[in-house]
Design a binder for this molecule. Sequence first.
Ligand code: NAP
Length: 284
Amino acid sequence: MTETIGFVGLGKLGRPIAGNLLQAGYPLRVHNRTASKAEELVTRGAQLASTPADAVTSGGIVISLLWDDASVESIMTDDFLSRLGRGGVHVSMSTLSPEASRRIATLHAKHGSLFVEAPVFGRPEAAVARKLFIVYAGLPAAKERVKPLFEAMGAQKSFDFGEAIGAATTVKLVGNMLIISAAASLTETLTLARNSGVDPHAVVDMLTTTLLSAPIYQTYGRMIADGTADLASSPIPTKDLGLFKETARALSSPAPISTFLLDLRSKPGSDRNVDPVSPMPSAP
Ligand SMILES: NC(=O)c1ccc[n+]([C@@H]2O[C@H](COP(=O)([O-])OP(=O)(O)OC[C@H]3O[C@@H](n4cnc5c(N)ncnc54)[C@H](OP(=O)(O)O)[C@@H]3O)[C@@H](O)[C@H]2O)c1
């Protein structure tokens, strides 16, 4: 376990995942656009890389966990690709569009390096608790090499979606669409319960121990009933619903619900429809 791993992107999710790798004994070379976010990891023994390419070791493994298509594509410089070189593997863990993931894979193929897409299900707290789920796709040789890292990063389970790049990113978008719709439905229904004088916590307890016993209903149900859900203020649902809708459009696949949820988020005051249980809006 002496191979140094490059890690680019130390945001809310990147920091705990990189921290888990360090804790598991992997030497890390880390880079973040805002260097101060690397300080804690450097104190714990990570080396600081001054650029994304500087985090790359020839023929090694580099992980990226940046925000979106544009930010990941912006680090795909000639310097990054040629340093990674033949046999090197880039593991992209961001939630991207399948199209961008395929473009990035093509760039790697041109440089003789390998690409694995491996988006993550789980919030930063789940990374700390090592309860993440990772879905991944790529060529077998690349996957074999990086698979041991998933558990070290904090995955409780990882799922192989084959060789075709775009498959795992699609699964991630499908999953997030379902989670975001569940949260929106929970908000609307628990608001009705509370406005009817029924305790939303009791509703969540009843439903999540019977017909809806799923982690998403349990976790978001509790947070929504408590008024601590943060999906309305998070930029993630808007980004990922947009990616879902764009992916559906490219495939001429129907997307009325994602379109509706996206419209709802773009309207002022729409947060009552997607987050904390709020009082009944006054009649127009
Ligand atoms: N947070 C979650 O609960 C969660 C769960 C599952 C999946 N994800 C996915 O994981 C990815 C990271 O999410 P996050 O919550 O960690 O986001 P975040 O806290 O906002 O961090 C985003 C990272 O991207 C970097 N970045 C953004 N734009 C950049 C640019 N143009 N050039 C270079 N670097 C750039 C940021 O650098 P700076 O620090 O300099 O801004 C930071 O390292 C996203 O794709 C997200 O959808 C997040």
